[in-house]
Design a protein around this ligand. Structure first.
Ligand code: SF4
Ligand code: SF4
Ligand code: SF4
Ligand code: FES
Length: 577
């Protein structure tokens, strides 16, 4: 077979002649051509581990079977992805995997999208043929956010790889005499920040968020309580995936309709809280730029990032913006402003936040955010938990009657919606800070340099005669790059956004599984589409938020919108089973 170009190689897969760049794996080449190859441990976000041995293929002229995810295409290769011996080997490997995996399918996070289970059906694997080797392994809980059921773990290493990529390294493999065990680190300097990336990268549902939906169901049946839901900016473009809709489908009104179908009387939009966060944060930024103090200012609406700073880099605590995150601010507004308008007692209101995030479950337990005994938010449901609840009640979000969020806390600006994408918090604050400093309207509202999926995004923004240097850290594992730059030049930046999850909250640990860069791009693009289509695109011009300030917030912002941070210590994981 002749070479096409120096950098390309040609091969034949299942009779199809294919040309791919040198270095492409057989799996990538097959996918590119639409030839399905089963995979379990392979995740496009992570280095290849080649541990599950389900992606086996045959190569003509070579003995044995090859893992297609680890084998690069060579010029002239003839590859088969299906044969009797491939099926037999995949079936045996599946049985071995099931011997390590204690099935609890009914309550599993991956239901109904479990690859392991669907492969078992496809290859007719009797999943209970081997005794569950790990049935006595522990179930761990990390803080109020994460559970790790090591009885289900097949030791693929994905969680270890992603936790390391996050710059945390809390998970590791312990070597026993004849086997390995995945477990939390005993190192006193390492602790979980609750980002949940291990959950969305585990192929067998061994990680999950601590569930709160049963408590929420109980509140919904308690007639003495008024249950109020709010939903984060990113949920509107992600939850559809749990109901078979394409990634990035915008279903804001169906989401509200579905929540109301659960029996929830009031549904508000956290993006309105984001508008308030923006106004306060832009104000704090302007003050710090004028005084030159506590610069660069870091965003603080990502609790996993805040925990990382408090645990490992307390010297940067003064640099965090003291403004509370959007759902905490909205929770306080619901209980302290909306409640009195409705003639309700704050203690009779239960606020449930639907979040893309597992670390928000931790955030709501931070006592600095309480007003006496009153918590701004009572429960956090992840996107997956809400979908689970809707499925349980047979509510199909794709078919439900559309409804609008309730007023006055239901209509955000476009700036409040883009909070869900990496760079969105920064862009919203810059739109408002620019107008606050110059007194002029921005000619162009889009700060496209801070958008997108790059790990670090940098921009220089001219405001009057000053240049404001900004950076966006997309994924916690990239923060060391900025810390290194700041060590060399503490004045390198004025304002830095840090979101722990890849892509920002659209790629959060509570979001639908699977996730990958393409899916994250589609979810993010939808938020920008909403922004473009919204008539009010800056937080401070949102008329509902202006009224809120006039009626209530101008007087109460200092007690409702600000918080404190302090150095934190490792929280030992608990064994709960
Ligand atoms: S939640 Fe994040 S920090 Fe904690 S173990 Fe998982 S990946 Fe690591
Ligand atoms: S917990 Fe999941 S991701 Fe981690 S090693 Fe086990 S199977 Fe792999
Ligand atoms: S990036 Fe968003 S989803 Fe991820 S931990 Fe931070 S706040 Fe949560
Ligand atoms: S997907 Fe290739 S070895 Fe697991």
């Amino acid at each position: 077979m002749p070479k096409t170009q120096q950098t390309n190689v040609r091969c034949i897969i299942d009779g199809k002649d294919i040309s791919v760049a040198a270095g492409t794996t057989i799996l990538q080449a097959a996918k590119k051509t639409g030839i399905p190859v089963p995979t379990l441990c392979h995740h496009p976000d992570l280095p290849v581990s080649g541990s599950c041995r389900l992606c086996l293929v045959e190569i003509e002229g070579r003995d044995g079977l090859f893992a297609s995810c680890t084998t690069p295409v060579e010029d002239g290769m003839v590859i088969r992805t299906a044969s009797e011996s491939i099926s037999r080997a995949r079936k045996i490997n599946l049985e071995l995997l099931f011997a390590q995996h204690t099935e609890e399918c009914k309550d599993c996070v991956l239901q109904p999208n479990c690859t392991l289970l669907s492969l078992a059906r496809e290859y007719k694997v009797p999943i209970a043929r081997f005794q569950d080797r790990k049935k006595d392994y522990p179930v761990y809980q990390f803080g109020p956010s994460i559970q790790f059921d090591s009885r289900k773990c097949i030791d693929c290493g994905n969680c270890i790889a992603v936790c390391k990529k996050q710059g945390v390294g809390f998970l590791e493999t312990k070597k026993h005499k004849t086997w390995h065990e995945t477990m939390p680190s005993a190192d006193k300097d390492k602790d979980c920040v609750y980002c949940g990336q291990c959950i969305v990268h585990c192929p067998v549902g061994a990680f999950e968020a601590v569930g709160e939906f049963e408590d929420v169901e109980q509140c919904l049946s308690d007639k003495s309580k008024t249950v109020v839901f709010q939903f984060a900016p990113s949920i509107r473009s992600s939850i559809g995936e749990e109901f078979g809709l394409p990634s990035g489908s915008i279903i804001t009104e169906q989401l509200v309709g579905a929540i109301k179908a659960l029996g929830v009387p009031y549904v508000f939009d956290t993006s309105v809280g984001a508008d308030v966060t923006t106004i306060e944060e832009a104000g704090e930024l302007v003050e710090r730029l004028e005084s030159g103090e506590r610069l660069p200012m870091f965003t603080s609406c990502c609790p996993a990032w805040v925990r990382y700073v408090e645990l490992h880099h307390p010297k940067y605590i003064p640099n965090l913006t003291t403004v509370r995150s959007p759902h905490i601010i909205l929770g306080s507004i619901i209980k302290q402003f909306w409640a009195s308008e409705q003639k309700l007692k704050p203690q009779d209101i239960t606020v449930v936040s639907v979040m893309p995030c597992t670390s928000k479950k931790y955030e709501i337990t931070r006592e600095e955010l309480f007003h006496g005994a009153l918590k701004p938010v009572d429960y956090v449901l992840t996107t997956r938990e809400l979908a689970f609840l809707l499925h349980k009640k047979r509510i199909d979000i794709s078919k439900v009657k559309k409804q609008h969020s309730d007023n006055p806390l239901g209509i955000p600006s476009g700036a409040g919606v883009i909070y869900g994408a990496s760079g969105g918090v920064m862009e919203s604050a810059l739109r408002t800070a620019y107008e606050r400093i110059t007194g002029k309207k921005l000619a162009k509202l889009d700060f496209t340099d801070v958008r997108g999926q790059k790990g670090i995004k940098r921009a220089r923004v001219r405001i009057n005669k000053k240049t404001v240097n900004v950076a966006v850290v997309n994924g916690l594992g990239n923060i060391h790059i900025i810390f290194d730059e700041l060590a060399k030049n503490p004045h390198a930046y004025d304002y830095i956004e840090v979101m722990s999850c890849p892509g920002g909250c659209i790629g959060g640990g509570g979001q639908p599984i699977p996730t990958n860069q393409k899916i994250r791009e589609q979810r993010a693009q939808s938020l920008y589409d909403i922004d473009y289509a919204t008539s009010v695109r800056t937080a401070h011009e949102n008329p509902f938020v202006q009224t809120l300030y006039a009626k209530f917030l101008s007087e109460h912002a200092s007690e409702l919108c600000y918080t404190t941070f302090s150095p934190s210590k490792k929280d030992k994981p608990k064994i709960i089973l």
